[in-house]
Design a protein around this ligand. Sequence first.
Ligand SMILES: C[S@@+](CC[C@H](N)C(=O)[O-])C[C@H]1O[C@@H](n2cnc3c(N)ncnc32)[C@H](O)[C@@H]1O
Length: 323
Amino acid sequence: MRLILRELFLNRSLFNFMGSYMDKAYKLIRSGRVFEGGAHLRDILARQRAAMDFYSWEAFARLEAVRHPIKEIMHLCPMTSRSFHKPRGYAGDAVMIDHIYGLGDAKFAPHPATLEGQVYFATMNSASIRAVRFRRDILAKLIDETVKKAGDGQARILSIAAGHLREAELSQAIREKRVGELIAFDQDAESLAVVNHDYAGLNIHPIQGTVRQLIGGKAKYSGLDLVYAAGLFDYLEQPVGKRLVEKMFDMVRPGGKIMIANFTHDIPDAGYMEALMDWWLIYRSPEQVIDLFSGLPQERIGKLEAFYDPDQNIIFATVSKLA
Ligand SMILES: C[S@@+](CC[C@H](N)C(=O)[O-])C[C@H]1O[C@@H](n2cnc3c(N)ncnc32)[C@H](O)[C@@H]1O
């Protein structure tokens, strides 16, 4: 905190200058040009984030940006506001992610003809949010491919940090009960209760547990066909991420596959997410993502593949184990 205050003191005039750019976004929104104002806001926050060192940026985000009147407007968006206030103690909970998918609490979304509704629409159509929807599609395809390969009723799959496991609704194999077992593993009991309710009778088993338990061996799995984690590595420091990748690889059978997804570095929405959603993720370059796999026994790796969503906001990496 002392460091942040020091940066605030040193950068006072720069921060005032940035505030004037935020004024422009505010005026655009107030005049009814909500989508344009939202895009302008994301753009200027991205530029400032890129131009500043981390401490100056953090000081601006935590102490200045949140005092600008545009914060109250952007917090009319229930997703932005939920991330900022963190009713479950962390940003990015499954209820918040449901807004992105148009499920769950999204049914309470504000009416499109109101200012609230327009702010919501603007937020829901940014590049990072589109990427999260794309990620859900990828997960469902991966599940379907795994079931096709293993045969009906055979595939055993683990989703780490499953949230509400919304990919279940897009997977034909899950809907047709052709998955042998899908373990939905997450720290959040409330989210798992939703999985239990919404996907009962589909061979899905919610299990409460943490990454720490997986790494420490208190939660153990083996012989799985697929282990994946989406929306988790963005919260893990590199050494923890590497340990988890090693554990994931141990859990799959020969011929099985692991997959992780991570937001890429310098995505255009990072400034908005940090300053107005108080959502501080760990962004990774392709090299940092590949480095997560560097501790694996190279002689047992079949194939390592990496690809992006169309906006290049999320990088996906899969590794198969030699049969
Ligand atoms: C952004 S959501 C992703 C949910 C889902 N995988 C998706 O793609 O929609 C992040 C999830 O990670 C879980 N999570 C975060 N840290 C965790 C940890 N250390 N151990 C277990 N779960 C964790 C949270 O409870 C939350 O449900």
